[in-house]
Write a protein that binds this ligand. Sequence first.
Ligand code: GLY
Length: 368
Amino acid sequence: MIQTVAVSLGERSYDVVIGTGLLPNAGSRLAPFFRRPRTIIVTDETVASLHLPALQSGLEAGGIQSEAIIVPPGESSKSWPVLERVVEALLAHRVERDDLVIAFGGGVIGDLAGFASAILRRGVGFIQIPTSLLAQVDSSVGGKTGINSPLGKNLIGAFHQPRHVLIDIDVLDTLSNREFLAGYGEVVKYGLLGDADFFDWLEVEGPRLRDGDKTGRIEAVRRSVAAKAGIVSRDEKEQGERALLNLGHTFGHALEAATGYSDRLLHGEGVAVGMGLAFTLSARLGLCAQETPSRVAAHFADMGMKRVMADIPGDLPDADGLIELMAQDKKVVDSVPAFILCHAIGEAFVNRDVPPDTVRAVLENALR
Ligand code: GLY
């Protein structure tokens, strides 16, 4: 079963193709996008050892020659030194203005290869082939690319839309349960922020998806990508609605910073704990029903996800320490952090007016 979702952005529109068995057919699927039949794949060591031969032989079967630039796995590759290495290697491979680079990996690779493509020769095209659930439902769609600064995550970057996104659900089979669930946090996000029916569906189907059901996984990814495509088509540069995609991120980024962006807390785990806190804050402000946060938490518990701060191993800063970390978030305007809050499941909105004392009270309670 193959599903296609269109991202409508005028002449920069593209399709996201979702299905199984796509890597072995990558060449015939992607050939129409290439001016000359050669490409450079940017990937990391982990993805290369698991899936690079399948992608390269799939490309070759469609007449596309490829070479790979392989970087170390992990967030530390979203850095100036690795970016420099990738850009220089692309130039050494003689990538021209009309060639296409392939970003083959999770969110780190998509952001890094996408940004390298954005600045190479003032912009070459690229194709996203995301291999983590998180990248499939979030970072490979929408054109946010970039690297981290020592001063914060994603502070250096560009909007650069891919020409095409190929999502092979089969590659999720090699993810650990923990990585799958971290990506699933971003799937649930689409239900929580704008689609209560999708959340209802996930409450029933979520455990089956987690356990490997491919039809369900395709449907969950399709609905997530369709939700994101709609938002990005209406608000590409995050002037308004796109900010809703940051549900859970104000708290989540502070927790990621507090845990040193380490293995203690994966990004999607931080988002899930952050979404729980966003619902608790919404209830405390009287914006949503008191029982809504428990319904969200119950689903996370059913899935076996991290859902509260006590699930994060090791010590955390106190409430004031976390508030200080929030103030460094890139969504801060005039020192006021933006919170995405909810009137109900599926009804999120941006609020820049949250009383700091209420945030502190929610954090103090959650840290107890
Ligand atoms: N990951 C949030 C966005 O793409 O806007």
